[in-house]
Design a binder for this molecule. Sequence first.
Ligand code: G6P
Ligand code: ZN
Length: 543
Amino acid sequence: MMIRTVATTPYDDQKPGTSGLRKKVPVFQQPNYAENFIQSVFDSLEGFKGKTLVIGGDGRYYNREVIQTAIRMAAANGFGRAIVGKGGILSTPAASNVIRKHGAFGGLVLSASHNPGGPNEDFGIKYNVGNGGPAPERITEAVFARSKEIDRYLISDGADIDIDEVGEGSVDGMTVEIIDPVADYAALMETLFDFAAIRAMFQGGFRMAFDAMHAVTGPYAKDILERRLGAPGGSVRNFVPLPDFGGHHPDPNLVHAKELYDLMMSAGAPDFGAASDGDGDRNLIIGKGIFVTPSDSLAMLAANAHLAPGYAGGLAGIARSMPTSAAADRVAEKLGIGLYETPTGWKFFGNLLDAGKVTICGEESAGTGSDHVREKDGLWAVLLWLNILAVRRQSVKEIAAAHWAEYGRNYYARHDYEAVDTDAANRLMAELRGKLADLPGMEVNGLTIAFADDFEYRDPVDQSVSRHQGVRIGFEGGSRVVFRLSGTGTSGATLRVYLERYESGPGRLDLATSDALAELVAAADEIAGIARHTGRTEPDVVT
Ligand code: G6P
Ligand code: ZN
């Protein structure tokens, strides 16, 4: 084996988005494309010689090829050890845990999360730092800058490494350790939750349906839910990870997990339904006859977390992304703990978690997690719900009703306009930003605008500032609309419109969400000119 220095020329589109570099597979298949990006990552890091790099992915199409490349490049660049999930598999939260547990320098997670997979679908590469979390903007910006100048990469020219057997080998002086992708993660979950109580609940006849969506959580959910917790065989559905996720979007929302939703709304519904996404960090929670929005789920989990052993000592604080509803704010207030509002992107929670300011975090985009790792964690959210259900001995519906009666209800929906012409989307946002100062006091569709701004975040730990994180329009009475362009799409632009209305009065807690938000939807279109700019009169996805 030999280390080669290969000459290359830069690509100009390797800017990491909300969560790493995501592109269509054919883009990644261009000569040296993945190599350029991986080398740009390594060139932006310091002090990793002889240290450990964790490598794994969600099993999507092109995963195995890039895993081999990444191992060879890690060896050539001087890492001392690579820890690789067997078969190239590691869910995102499991990778975060492995990085932390094994004291690794960092990790490469190959995934495009909930985006579809296959020869013409999406692929992605994300770098996580030593705390197990996504690289902060300081690093992703350095990677992008480097990618525009790169002129060589280093790679070992050894043969393919067998990644399908647990064990140890070596490549050009670097040890390669292939690990069981589930073991460390399952062990961590056992320390956080009352497995005995959940097991007893299943023994008592409790039934659940978990949809792994043919993605990475299949093996994790089978092992934890069925084998360790005794959920009946068949509780975990679509559990074989497939490179193209069976042709579906592995996105656990009401559109792409419709089958699960329909089951949970049917007469024969089990007690609890849940799903996770391509790389295992998102979650969907549905009780019998009730969908729990991610924003509500964050609030309900925070209010009940002390019922699980891992959180029995209480929470230090709660963090949520700005577009996430304020339901969790009310819980934080009652608990007398801090509430932090961050820009969209899990990476913004890392500093707060490391500094011990918050214990639980969540986003409207179906992400919830805690300080046990530095990524959001789909199965963790499912297990915390199960633990709470086992202790409270109430249904999801009863728990939600009690929560709203106590705190009031934040009706919430997100409207996505996908694959919009990028220029049109940018014009819409620019026009909005241009008139922010004129909006307060204005009446739109019967609602009076109380404030309008472009969200800006100063990290309370390192004081870094992130600007232009989304336009917020607040109305008198507490309703709110937020406009943002997605940072994770791969074709055109995706306009996200987040709608929220708070109600506390009895008799106003059981409205249909679409009715509760109808006035706001009309106001949003009037303010931003969605139809005028995009030509769309209906969103593509409502979550
Ligand atoms: C990924 C990130 C999340 C983020 C979500 C939506 O899943 O990990 O932190 O909330 O994408 O991002 P977007 O920019 O598409 O709204
Ligand atoms: Zn994901």
